[in-house]
Design a protein around this ligand. Structure first.
Ligand SMILES: Cc1cc2nc3c(=O)[nH]c(=O)nc-3n(C[C@H](O)[C@H](O)[C@H](O)COP(=O)(O)OP(=O)(O)OC[C@H]3O[C@@H](n4cnc5c(N)ncnc54)[C@H](O)[C@@H]3O)c2cc1C
Length: 414
């Protein structure tokens, strides 16, 4: 017999298995979504109002607030964030957005603010279980949606008073006008395009900031969306995120024509887009699970409808597409956390794929359920109405494709 030498076992560094902490988080958030969010979803969709009692309950158990965001953002693999968001949005997208909307303002403060500014303002975007607060992130304007460089809201500095005056109109703002803290992006030098913009914190009850029209929406109706007007809004110098010195240095570099931190800015967007992908996964999975159960129960021609390939293949494709989208979302979240460069705009890929899958899968779910899918007694029509937002906010599908095309070509394509 010939003796064989066994090769040493390879060190496995790659795994798609969730660890104990991730599994526990997933289960905990899922239970909250199942017991508290899901049963309230229809009511708050109909009321089209911020679901304050649900936010309060979430804060009580630790699912709304700085601590929760800190916890889910601390995972070195980056996966806890998309895992938690997927479960919340599985419960309901409108309530999910009411819970996550403040996170947009917090991300802007954390991304641009000094440690003192983060310490002062981020907790005020959440408040406490007894006194819930919200944050709002105000970028979009009537003439500046996808084209952020067209922004008109101005910020003018008065050095004698160390004070900024903001004037302009924002639109489509989640929590706009009802938030405790508004983070407002404004133009400080109109000759420099996006490089001449800066972010300001407008604190509670600041005169001159008011809500305009509150929009009646197709979906995510438990999330408040409104116009925000800024008329001679005065904010102290300390409310400029990052501080004046940093802004002056940035403006000087731009005026000198030095290369911008475009890669850094792209990196910031790329790292937040997987979160929107995770929201879309939650809604898509909710629709898939509901229609799978229904297809096994509903009998026509003497057998469950799933026994027709037309139905079972639809469900097979839904499952496959949702899993494929999740892999892209997890990859991008892992890249963001481990500071990998998004050379091919992998963050945009994850948001684009998951949002388009969500619109498609929720529509298929309605087809599988027939008439039951079309009425408000069942949640499928709501899932489909909710799904559409993911292809619009935080960059439309077309803008994601543009970002990917630019990244892979290295060219400034229009
Ligand atoms: C419910 C909701 C909540 C929101 N929350 C916030 C918020 O909290 N804060 C905030 O600042 N904003 C928010 N937004 C705004 C959102 O980010 C914008 O709606 C989005 O960026 C698109 O801008 P727009 O609506 O002006 O569309 P437009 O930019 O006018 O786009 C219209 C169409 O033209 C296409 N298009 C535009 N430019 C190009 C191009 N170069 N190439 C190809 N196609 C193009 C778009 O893809 C789209 O199909 C929210 C929007 C909604 C609906």
């Amino acid at each position: 017999m010939v003796a064989t030498t066994e090769a040493p076992a390879a060190v496995v560094q790659f795994s798609l298995e969730l660890n104990e902490e991730q599994l526990q988080l997933q289960q905990w958030v899922h239970e909250f979504a199942e017991k508290v969010i899901r049963p309230a979803a229809h009511e708050w969709d109909e009321r089209e109002e911020t679901p304050w009692p649900i936010l309060q309950e979430a804060a009580k158990v630790g699912i709304y607030g700085m601590q929760f965001m800190g916890h889910i953002s601390s995972d070195p693999t980056g996966l806890m964030l998309p895992i938690a968001i997927e479960e919340l949005f599985w419960g309901d997208a409108g309530i999910g957005m009411a819970l996550q909307g403040s996170g947009l303002a917090v991300a802007a403060i954390a991304g641009n603010g000094t440690p003192q500014q983060i310490g002062e303002w981020a907790p005020q975007c959440y408040g406490t279980a007894d006194d819930i607060k919200l944050g709002a992130f105000c970028v979009s304007e009537p003439d500046a949606g996808s084209d952020v460089a067209a922004m008109k809201t101005r910020a003018v500095y008065d050095a004698a008073k160390d004070e900024w005056t903001l004037n302009g109109q924002k639109t489509w703002i989640s929590n706009g006008g009802i938030a405790n803290v508004h983070v407002v992006v404004a133009v400080v030098d109109p000759t420099l395009g996006t490089r001449g913009q800066a972010s300001f914190v407008v604190g509670p009850n600041t005169p001159g900031l008011r809500q305009g029209v509150k929009f009646k929406k197709m979906g995510i109706r438990a999330s408040h969306t409104a116009e925000v007007y800024l008329d001679d809004v005065k904010v102290p110098g300390k409310n400029l995120l990052g501080g004046k010195e940093k802004l002056d240095a940035k403006l000087a570099r731009a005026r000198d024509g030095q290369k911008s931190g475009e890669q850094a800015a792209l990196g910031t967007f790329e790292s937040t887009r997987p979160a929107v992908g995770a929201m879309a996964l939650g809604t898509a999975r909710a629709a898939y699970e509901w229609s799978l159960d229904y297809a096994k129960e509903r009998q026509q021609f003497g057998r469950p409808i799933i026994q027709n390939q037309a139905i079972s293949f639809m469900l097979a494709n839904m499952k496959m597409e949702i899993d494929a989208a999740r892999l892209l979302v997890w990859r991008a979240a892992w890249m963001a956390k481990t500071r990998k460069k998004f050379l091919n705009a992998e963050g945009s890929m994850s948001k684009l794929k998951a949002s388009e899958v969500c619109v498609w899968a929720t529509e298929r779910a309605i087809q599988i359920a027939g008439g039951v899918g079309y009425v408000r007694d069942a949640p499928l029509e709501r899932f489909h109405r909710d799904s559409k937002i993911y292809t619009i906010f935080e960059g439309t599908s077309e803008i994601q494709q543009l970002v990917i095309a630019r990244a892979i070509s290295g060219m400034h394509l229009a």
